[in-house]
Write a protein that binds this ligand. Structure first.
Ligand SMILES: Nc1nc2c(c(=O)[nH]1)N[C@H]1C(S)=C(S)[C@@H](COP(=O)(O)OP(=O)(O)OC[C@H]3O[C@@H](n4cnc5c(N)ncnc54)[C@H](O)[C@@H]3O)O[C@H]1N2
Ligand code: MOO
Length: 389
């Protein structure tokens, strides 16, 4: 059996960064920028007032000084004349500062009578003007790769970039396998359960930028699995769930081998997730996840998400964080253990029951506490590593 680290390397070797496409800015949130995007203009493109008030010459600013108001500058409508000594222009937030002026007195510090204003309060020294290019200059870039957040979208809009070049979404086909499975909303027979893994995994992968196709459940026959794998044609990654172990009805490996899968590895020294399988089928990456619901989700986090990130041109390291054990833990066995756990205020507690079928515990957990193989018993207060969920 190989280690988790070896498995991750082999899995990453099965995929490569995908090609890119242009998408409208309004649809770019959450996508991964594939090329640096440069500003096509300065922002603001002119020196702009940051307050509502009066634009005038700073040398003349003092309490009791009087000025004649010679015009108005509003956002979108500049004042085209020049402000000279003893003159002021009524100005509003966002308006271009007129020629000759280099200070805006806010209207709260001014008294106006007809065309005359008097400074009545100390206006301070802050000129209330945003210089041209204060936010960004033409040519300034947002660097790729980067998952585009709402803040980035706003910046790209201000840079006048109506389209952005992003990595194509990886297409993942998910195939649940097993005679016992029925889709949510179906009517299970007495020996049947509801297929849950596909839905959890779809949510996990789509939340990180993939497009997931849910294929029909494959029954425990060669023919049904063959058909399902055929339907996965055209995807970047094919994932089967279940049927990966050693039982008489665990057929994924057989069928995939018949179809020509070049196996990369089978079985990882890990808990949960031991019967993980991977390889290349018709030139595409294929991963066989174990069927136990928690095993499938944990493998989704630890192995498939880094593959998705690689296809999206992103860093692939799993980001471990550390916390202090709130309660002691017994020694770990020979497999790297990802324990369902709860982190609160830097303290982490593993759940008592770590059975890999318990989705109710996985749903309460907010962390996978990582125990290295053969980790000795740990006292409360020890620093440990975890992956946030
Ligand atoms: N003799 C051995 N038995 C088992 C071993 C072993 O080493 N020797 N490994 C165990 C481990 S560890 C795991 S994990 C499971 C994995 O088995 P499979 O990948 O073959 O999965 P199945 O047998 O098809 O299913 C296991 C379990 O999960 C349920 N399941 C499957 N798919 C779904 C789904 N889409 N949604 C919800 N639940 C699903 C299935 O009904 C089973 O209860 O093997 C152990 N056995
Ligand atoms: O590896 Mo299994 O995934 O322990 O339940």
């Amino acid at each position: 059996m190989i280690t988790v680290e070896e498995a991750r390397k082999l899995l990453l070797g099965l995929v490569s960064p995908l090609d890119s496409e242009d998408v409208p800015l309004a649809e770019a949130a959450g996508r991964v920028l594939a090329e640096d995007a440069a500003a096509t203009r300065d922002q603001p493109p002119f020196a702009a007032s940051s307050m509502d008030g009066y634009a005038l010459q700073s040398a003349e600013v003092e309490r009791h000084a009087m000025f004649k108001v010679i015009g108005e500058a509003a956002a979108g409508h500049r004042f085209t004349g020049t402000v000279r000594a003893g003159q002021a222009v009524r100005i509003f937030t966002g308006a271009p500062v007129p020629e000759g002026a280099n200070f805006v007195v806010i209207q709260e510090d001014v008294k106006r009578k007809g065309d005359l204003i008097t400074i009545t309060d100390d206006p301070g020294t802050k000129p209330n003007i945003r210089p041209a290019g204060a936010d960004f200059r033409v040519g300034q870039t947002i660097s790729a790769p980067r998952v585009l957040r709402p803040e980035d979208i706003a910046l790209l809009a201000a840079m006048n970039r109506p389209f952005v070049r992003v990595y194509r979404k990886p297409v993942i086909s998910l195939i649940s396998t097993g005679d016992e499975l029925v889709m949510p909303g179906g009517t299970p027979g007495p020996d049947q359960i509801i297929a849950s893994n596909t839905f959890g995994l779809k949510a996990l992968f789509e939340g990180k930028g993939a497009h997931v196709r849910l294929l029909p459940i494959a029954r425990d026959t060669h023919g049904s699995l063959r058909t399902a794998l055929g339907l996965a044609e055209g995807s970047d990654l094919v994932i089967t769930i279940g049927g990966a172990s050693v039982g008489d009805h665990d057929l994924v490996e057989d069928v995939a081998a018949d179809l020509g899968m070049e196996r990369s590895f089978y079985k990882v020294r890990m808990r949960p997730g031991k019967p993980l399988m991977a390889g290349r089928l018709n030139g595409r990456a294929m991963v066989g996840l174990p069927g136990n619901p928690v095993s499938a989700m944990v493998c989704g986090y630890i192995f498939v998400l880094p593959m998705v990130r690689r296809m999206l041109g992103l860093e692939t390291d799993v980001s471990f964080q550390h916390a202090t054990l709130a309660e002691s833990l017994p020694a770990n066995g020979p497999r790297e253990h990802y324990m369902r756990a709860m982190v609160e205020n830097g303290r982490i507690t593993a759940f008592g029951d770590q059975d890999s079928s318990l989705l109710s515990i996985l749903a309460q957990a907010n962390a996978l506490l990582m125990r290295p193989p053969n980790d000795p018993a740990l006292d409360a207060g020890t620093q440990v590593f975890y992956v946030p969920l």
